[in-house]
Design a protein around this ligand. Structure first.
Ligand code: ZN
Length: 270
């Protein structure tokens, strides 16, 4: 089982009830060493204030969610926004910037062009990311999100993109998005040296909504410990983010209860 010292709270898990300062205090109170904030929470609190608070609370930042989204608006706008995201990630000392690449542009059926545009955007900001010491963590998303969220769908595809782009790019593997893939274990071993983040939750057998119906570890069908062992065997020993979007269950609960359950399940299932 994974050491509790690797546990990171992705703030989306409690986002309906806690703002960023409350998340920072909550982690400190529950003895959680890592935090994975979102940019909207960071903007609301102020980047400098957040950076100071996180530091003063003794926390480390596993990753900033998120950059990418290359296919919404113009590419120039996306590049500008990603440049800001890299600066924010550097300011809070994030171990990586998580990249969700975006789906098809409105009205488009040209999947190849959308993918090319993502690579173009990534290549454009990569020198800045390298200089800032903020690696870009490409997160492949479940293929059902290909139209509206991510034209990057599999671990293999993400690693191909890493090879095209070179240094400063890796992958963030989220069990929710990769567990179904018959190639997942082969691709995780191929990812040695490229794994920048590992996200956990569970896939509920009767998922009602792909985006906001994630389960707590242990409540679904994913062999989380098996995937975690594979990621570790590929050389990853960094933080493990618990990221649970759950409109029907966990978001409605008292966040202190969510963190307590999360810690217990992490020890048992991850
Ligand atoms: Zn994730």
């Amino acid at each position: 089982m994974a050491e509790l010292t690797r546990l990171s709270l992705n703030t989306a898990t409690v986002r309906e009830r806690w703002d960023l300062p409350a998340c920072i205090e909550g982690c400190a109170r529950h003895g959680i060493d890592w935090i994975g904030p979102w940019r909207d929470g960071l903007a609301a609190y102020g980047v400098e204030r957040a950076a100071r608070h996180i530091r003063d609370a003794g926390l480390k930042v596993s990753g900033l969610c998120r950059g990418g989204w290359w296919t919404a608006g113009t590419l120039a706008q996306a590049i500008e926004d990603n440049r800001r995201a890299i600066d924010e990630a550097a300011a809070i000392g994030a171990a990586c910037l998580v990249i969700v690449n975006g789906g098809l542009p409105d009205g488009s059926r040209d999947l190849a062009a959308a993918r090319a545009r993502c690579l173009q955007g990534l290549a454009a900001v990569l020198p800045q990311a390298r200089a800032a010491g903020v690696p870009l963590a490409l997160e492949p998303l479940h293929p059902m999100t290909c139209a509206d969220r991510s034209v990057l769908s599999t671990t293999a595809q993400a690693l191909d993109w890493c090879e095209t782009l070179g240094e400063g790019v890796g992958v963030a593997l989220d069990v929710y998005h990769v567990w179904w893939d018959p190639e997942v274990l082969t691709q995780i071993s191929r990812a040695r040296g490229r794994i920048l983040g590992f996200h956990v939750c569970d896939w509920l057998r009767e998922t009602r909504d792909l985006v906001t119906d994630r389960g707590m570890m242990g409540d679904g069908v994913v062999d989380i410990a098996g995937l975690r062992a594979a990621v570790d065997a590929a050389g990853y020993d960094g933080p493990i983010e618990v990221e649970i979007f759950s409109s029907r269950d966990w978001w409605a609960r008292d966040p202190d209860e969510v963190l307590s359950v999360m810690k217990r399940r992490f020890e048992r299932c991850v």
